[in-house]
Every structure is written in C-alpha cells, then in structure tokens.
Design a protein around this ligand. Structure first.
Ligand code: UD1
Ligand code: CA
Length: 502
C-alpha cells in the first residue's frame, strides 16, 4: 500500500444496498427520482466531479435495477459494483466493497441517500484529508435537531475525534452533542481493511457500524479529523417522501437561481420545475408553471409560455412554445412554433420555422422547414415536406387495426381542411387536396384530388319541411305543460291565499 495517500488513487464507495423501508415503496429508495434523475446518480456524479478515479456502488435491494441505472448513466466511466446480499450495517457494506477497490490509496465513503451533497464539498474533504495526511477524515455538521444521527465525541483539545456514538446507543449526555456524522468520510485504505475486520455488532441494532472504525483507529493512536460542512442542508439524508419533497424544493430553488445567473428569465420562478440534466440558453424566457424535464435542451432567445411541459426535447434558438403545450422526445429547429395546446409525442421533428398550432397531435412526424399545421390535426408516422400547408382537421390514418403505415407528403403540397390520408400513401410535390377528401391512393405531383360528391340544393326546404315539424313540436310541448299544471292544482288541497281568506 502506498504510504503517501496524496499520490494514490481515490476510490469512492456509495452505499446503496438498503431498501429504504420508510419510503413505503416498491421501488428501492436510491432509485426514487430527485430532479428527474434517480437519487443515487447525483452522488455518483458528485464523486466523479470531485475527482475520484473510480466509483464502487454497494448494491443489495433491487441490485440489478440499481446497477443498470448507474451503469447506463455513466457508460465509459470507471465503475465497480459490490453485492451486499444481507444488509448487516454500514461497516459490513464497505467491507463488501473491498474486493472492488483496486489500487485505491484513499477510500471515500458516501451514503446513497444524500442527493444535495455538492462535488465541491467532497473535493474539499479530500483535499483536507490528504493535505493533513490523517488516517481518517469525517464530514460533520451542527444539526439543529441531532436526533437519529451519530454524535461526534472529540478529545479534550477538540482537535481529534475519539469515536462516533450512534443515536440509539448514546447516553443522555452524549445525545446533547449537536455535532453529528454527515455520513461521508475519507479513510486510508491500508487502515480501513484491518479495522473493518475487527468490527463487532455489539450495539442496539446488532449491526456492523462503519462509525466504529473511528474508535478502533483512535485507540491505536491514529489521527481522526473532522471536516465541518457549513451548510447542514447539504448533508441531509432522505428517509421519507416528505423529506424527499422538502429537499427537492431546496434543490429546485438552487437550480432556478443558477439558470437566472446564466441569463434565463423566469416569471413566477417558484412555480417552475427544471430537472437536473436540463440545459437552457441565454435570453430564454420561461413563463409560470413551466416544466422542463429529463434531458431537455433549449437554445437561446426561446419563449416557453405558461404551463408548457417539455420532456426530453431539443429546441434550437428562438423557438416559441405557446401556453399549455406538451412535448416529449421531440426536436424543434430554430424559429419553430407550437401551441397553444399542442401535443408533440416522441419522434416529432420540426424544421426551421415550422408551425404546429392548437389541438394538433403529432407522433413520429418529420415536419420540414416552413411547413404549417395550424389547427386540429393528428399527424402520425409521417414525413411532411417544406412549405406544406396542412388544413384544419387533417388526419393521417396510420393504423389499420393491425399495423402502422407511413404517410409521405412532399414539398409545397396544400392539404385542404378535413382531409383523411389513409396510409400507406404518398402525396407528390405541389399536389393540392381538396377539403373533405379521403386520400387512399398516391397522388401525382402537381395534381388536384377531390372526393367530394355533388351537392344537391332543395329550395323552400324550411317552409315545407322544418317549419311544420317545429310547429307540431311546440304544440305538443304546450299541451304537456298545461296538463302538468292541471295535475299539480288538483293535488294541492289548500293554497295560502285560501287560508288568508278565512
Ligand atoms: C448513518 C450513520 C450515522 C450518520 C447518518 C447520517 C452508521 C452506523 N451511522 O446512520 O452516524 O449520522 O448515517 O445520515 O453508519 N446501507 C447499506 N448497507 C447496510 C446498511 C446501510 O448499503 O447494510 C446504506 C443505506 O442504503 C444508506 C446508507 O447506507 O444509503 C446509510 O444507512 P442508514 O441505515 O440510513 O444509516 P443511518 O441510521 O442513517
Ligand atoms: Ca440514513
């Protein structure tokens, strides 16, 4: 083992094997989304950003799901996974990771349920740990309410930590201590292994506590130091859904301020939701209640109006999303415009300055530059060329009850209102489709197609047909009303007027 830990590899272990019973969920706690991303990924991300060389996740409950979430999000990074089949405590969890530590000189232990932890804090902890050459450095903070946390017991000088006593095992005097263990520590690997081997479950919970390593090291003369985290919120763990909601709101508040600092304007910022992986360009304006989710990327100078929801979308510059539009998995080029009340489903691509108006639904639709579908349409499994005009009420009939088929509309086509395009079908360049047409066969370039039947005109129809029927109906209604009034009068024995008369 290298004696000088400052030159050795740093490996982070993230403890994520627990079930998270207090979440009362079928989903393991560390996979619950936090700002749109499984909680545990925030910590893997923070560890790599802090400069660790490798991240080993300790998995147990729903191990396969946790492992694939981490592996999927950090493809190409130096990852390891350790399986802790039985959760016998945090010390046991770290011990399960030993075989995955490689040539680590320093081990950074992080708990998987503290998603607000910042990479800067981890980096500072590591710097302090390596500069001083301590055996172990424990992140601590002053808790307003230390209940549930391990208490930090220091020596007389206050310089060293002697031991950490868990809440359940603490005496009433020890419970008065408000300096607590944040659940993050850096430790020399050569000291960690033998210390873990000596842990014993002699405590209220019958577990192997990682925190007992402190006392084992201190009594053998090693220096265990504290690194104080200034903002206790950062170290807060999530155990319940209420805590998740509270911490997420704190994280959202930070997120909004970050984007405003980077040149994004917001109306009623408190109502706006921005997920962790979203990117927004300068001079973009977000209206009230906007939700930007997943890996949504937005260019500069865009306008996203009230109530719009974008999930996993890519927007160029100067795109305008009008109020209450919903778009998922879609790409919108510069100057495109949708809504109000547009619905873009996955696979939608809008070219430059293309326009999709109110009550238009699209799915797997490639709509080229300057094309317009301004009102009330369903456009699915289709390719629409440049400068095409899609009239109100146009429907691509893409599903025959068994299979989906494609509709291709070439450049400069004009589609009249209330058209059905029965796929598979191709409408050639510059063709015109008359309003109310059902297109079932390919349309040649430059032609006009209409399937309208000849209209018949019958003069005097109102006087001869509608009026006599209306009069008959009015007479029937009047007779029924008179009959009801008569039967009510017969059923009422005495009126108030009669009483007053006596
Ligand atoms: C732990 C600390 C406590 C500290 C607090 C900070 C110990 C003994 N106690 O207490 O000093 O103040 O965190 O939040 O370390 N885990 C496993 N395998 C296990 C047990 C736990 O992977 O066998 C994981 C859990 O999934 C969780 C993390 O370790 O992510 C912490 O475990 P938890 O039981 O929540 O510890 P606390 O009681 O909160
Ligand atoms: Ca905890």
């Amino acid at each position: 083992m290298p004696p000088n830990p400052s030159r050795a590899t740093i490996v982070a272990t993230i403890l994520a094997a627990g079930k998270g019973t207090r979440m009362r969920s079928r989903l393991v706690k560390v996979l619950h989304p936090f700002l749109g991303r499984p909680m545990v990924l925030h910590l893997v991300d923070a560890a790599f950003r802090a400069g660790v060389d490798r991240v080993v996740s300790v998995v147990g409950h729903q191990a396969a799901e946790v492992e694939s979430a981490v592996a999927g999000a950090f493809r190409g990074w130096n990852l390891g996974f350790a399986h802790q089949t039985e959760q016998r405590g945090t010390g046991h969890a770290v011990a399960s990771a030993l075989s995955e530590l490689g040539d680590a000189g320093t081990v950074l232990v992080i708990y998987g349920d503290t998603p607000l932890l910042r990479s800067q804090t981890l980096a500072q902890l590591l710097t302090a740990h390596r500069k001083e050459g301590h055996a172990m450095t424990v992140a601590t903070f002053r808790a307003a309410d230390p209940t549930g946390y391990g208490r930090i017991v220091r020596d007389a000088s206050g310089d060293r930590i002697l031991r950490i006593v868990e809440h359940a095992d603490a005496t009433p005097e020890e419970r008065q201590i408000n300096e607590v263990n944040a659940g993050i520590c850096a430790i020399r690997r050569d000291l960690l292994e033998p210390a873990l081997a000596r842990l014993e479950p002699h405590n209220k919970q019958g577990e192997l506590y990682l925190t007992d390593v402190v006392e084992l090291l201190a009594t053998s003369g090693e220096h265990v130091a504290a690194y104080t985290i200034a903002d206790p919120v950062e170290a807060s763990g999530i155990n319940t859904r209420a805590q998740l909601a509270t911490l997420e709101e704190i994280a959202l508040q930070r997120m909004r301020l970050t984007w405003m600092d980077r040149g994004v304007s917001m109306q009623d910022p408190g109502s706006i939701r921005i997920d962790a992986e979203v990117d927004i360009g300068e001079d973009t304006l977000l209206g009230p209640n906007v939700q930007l989710l997943g890996k949504t990327r937005i260019g500069h100078g865009c306008r996203i109006d009230a109530g719009a929801l974008l999930d996993g979308c890519e927007l160029g510059d100067f795109v305008h999303i009008k109020a209450y539009s919903v778009a998922a998995g879609s790409r919108l080029a510069t100057g495109a415009e949708i809504g109000p009340f547009a619905h873009l489903r996955p696979g939608t691509e809008l070219g430059e300055k293309a326009k999709v108006g109110n009550f238009v639904e699209t799915k797997m639709a490639k709509i080229a530059a300057h094309a317009k579908a301004s009102h009330l349409s369903y456009l699915g499994d289709c390719e629409i060329g440049r400068d095409v005009n899609i009239g109100a009420g146009t429907i691509t009939c893409n599903y025959d009850g068994v299979d989906k088929h494609k509709t291709i509309i070439e450049d400069e086509v004009f589609i009249g209102s209330d058209t059905q395009l029965v796929a598979p079908v191709r409408v050639g360049r510059r063709a015109t489709i008359g309003a109310g047409t059902t297109v079932t066969r390919d349309v040649p370039e430059g032609s006009l197609v209409v399937t309208r039947s000849e209209a018949r005109t019958i003069l005097g129809y109102y006087d001869r047909h509608r009026l006599p029927r209306l009069e008959k109906k009015r007479a029937q209604r009047a007779a029924a009303k008179a009959e009801r009034a008569a039967s009510i009068a017969a059923a009422t024995p005495e009126t108030n007027a009669d009483k007053e008369g006596t």
